[in-house]
Design a protein around this ligand. Structure first.
Ligand SMILES: Cc1cc2nc3c(=O)[nH]c(=O)nc-3n(C[C@H](O)[C@H](O)[C@H](O)COP(=O)(O)OP(=O)(O)OC[C@H]3O[C@@H](n4cnc5c(N)ncnc54)[C@H](O)[C@@H]3O)c2cc1C
Length: 385
């Protein structure tokens, strides 16, 4: 590592790239982020921020700002089956994990401001084509300057990852969803408790996400053409499968900002090569069913900054970081997939059986440990190394 300030070049100003940039800059790094978009922006309505991600927000000093704009969820979610009966997955002694539901645009703004306040340079309209393991990003104009560290935080279709041949599989899961915001009204039952309701292969989730908005996600398999039609929004199809939520569904505009998008699982042989590493969806994109993709991405970026700071051997530090963080993230990816498969692909004739056996399986120690793995892996609770 250089004697002067260590330098980092990052591809991608999404949640992962910005969290890592802010954490590195706070630890004395000179950081530049390249974003291919003309402007800094985040798509996708709302986001669940679980307590592991809230540790990361605390570490970079933005927890209070996030809590101010988001909505803290104090009660466990109600999971409802095709008859609108609750499936109880929790044990009576379960502690409700801390959760803040936030508008993505707000979280993105807070992270970008935090990064800029700590001296990070963010270059928009700067498309990265790849990276060289020696520590350089590649652009249309050629290679950029050599840095101590290069990070590919450029999403599921990462050019940095692909240029280094780190991916083993990018799987389109034949399942997906549209994410929307609807106005809140006084007396909404959602204000008391967020819900998720499974009906056939369709899943609705709803939660207050700001003082003015509820966040709504509408998931269904790719083969469900009527359910997938969310731009323009097929109100009739969703009211038919979820009549209990007509009042909320009717608040969705006929032409919402978002449309249905597929989910992907990203599998890699390694998260780094030389001085280059990948984080976030570029490294471990996952189905969003546990609401952990961005949470683990931001935690991973902040842990990366911790691990690298003061390390003289960047490549060795990257290997240590991956060894400690990868197992729990891969387990989260597996459980998120499984949760979606049970919710979406369960045979229609056996829905009653699902409602009966899920509570039994979900309360076993083994299943609970697997489902909670990201909540229980809390590297940022330890004191600064
Ligand atoms: C429906 C849905 C719901 C979800 N809900 C949750 C949730 O509740 N909680 C949760 O934790 N996670 C959730 N997730 C997952 C979460 O959205 C992602 O894991 C997270 O946004 C990934 O962030 P990222 O920064 O790695 O990637 P991205 O958000 O994809 O950001 C990548 C950035 O890199 C830029 N970029 C791309 N290519 C280049 C290039 N070549 N050069 C320069 N810049 C480039 C992009 O423009 C973008 O700004 C959900 C996902 C989906 C699909």
């Amino acid at each position: 590592m250089s004697e002067t300030k260590p330098t980092a070049e990052i591809a991608g100003a999404g949640l992962a790239g910005l969290a890592a940039a802010a954490a590195l800059a706070q630890r004395g790094w000179k950081v530049r982020v390249h974003e291919k978009g003309r402007q800094l922006r985040e798509i996708g309505a709302g986001l669940y921020l679980w307590e592991n991600a809230l540790d990361a927000m605390r570490e970079i000093g933005v927890y209070d700002k996030v809590a101010e704009v988001g909505v803290r969820s104090m009660t466990p979610r109600a999971l409802l089956d095709h008859n609108h009966s609750e499936i109880e997955l929790r044990r009576p002694d379960d502690v409700v994990p801390e959760l803040i539901v936030v508008l993505r645009t707000e979280l993105h703004r807070i992270l970008a401001e935090c990064a800029l306040d700590h001296g990070v340079e963010i270059v928009t309209n700067s498309r990265v084509l790849g990276a060289d393991p020696e520590g350089r990003l590649e652009f249309e104009s050629g290679y950029g300057p050599k840095a101590d560290l290069v990070i590919g935080a450029d999403g599921v279709f990462s050019k940095v990852r692909d240029s280094l041949k780190l991916a083993t599989d990018i799987i389109e899961l034949k399942d997906g969803c549209g994410r929307h915001l609807i106005p809140r009204k006084a007396g909404d039952s959602l204000d008391e408790r967020r819900v998720e309701m499974w009906s056939g292969g369709r899943r609705i989730g709803m939660a207050p996400a700001s003082k003015d908005h509820h966040y709504v996600f509408l998931c269904c398999p790719e083969s469900d053409i009527a359910g997938r039609t969310q731009q323009p929004f097929n109100l009739e199809a969703w009211v038919e499968s979820h009549p209990w939520y007509r009042d909320y569904l009717e608040r969705l505009p006929r032409h919402p900002a978002e449309h249905w998008r597929p989910f992907y699982n990203v599998h890699c042989s390694s998260w780094s090569k030389g001085r280059v590493c990948i984080i976030g969806d570029a490294a471990h994109g996952m189905a969003p069913n546990l609401g952990q993709g961005a949470c683990v991405a931001m935690v991973n970026g902040v842990v990366l900054a911790r691990t690298l700071t003061g390390a003289h051997d960047v490549e060795g530090a990257l290997r240590r970081w991956e060894t400690s963080e990868r197992p729990y993230i891969l387990q989260t990816q597996r459980m998120s997939y499984l949760y979606g498969a049970v919710g979406t692909r369960w045979p229609r004739k056996l829905l009653g059986l699902r409602s009966k056996i899920l509570p039994i399986i979900a309360r076993t120690d083994r299943f609970r440990r697997s489902l909670r793995v990201a909540l229980d892996h809390r590297p940022l609770l330890q004191t600064t190394p």
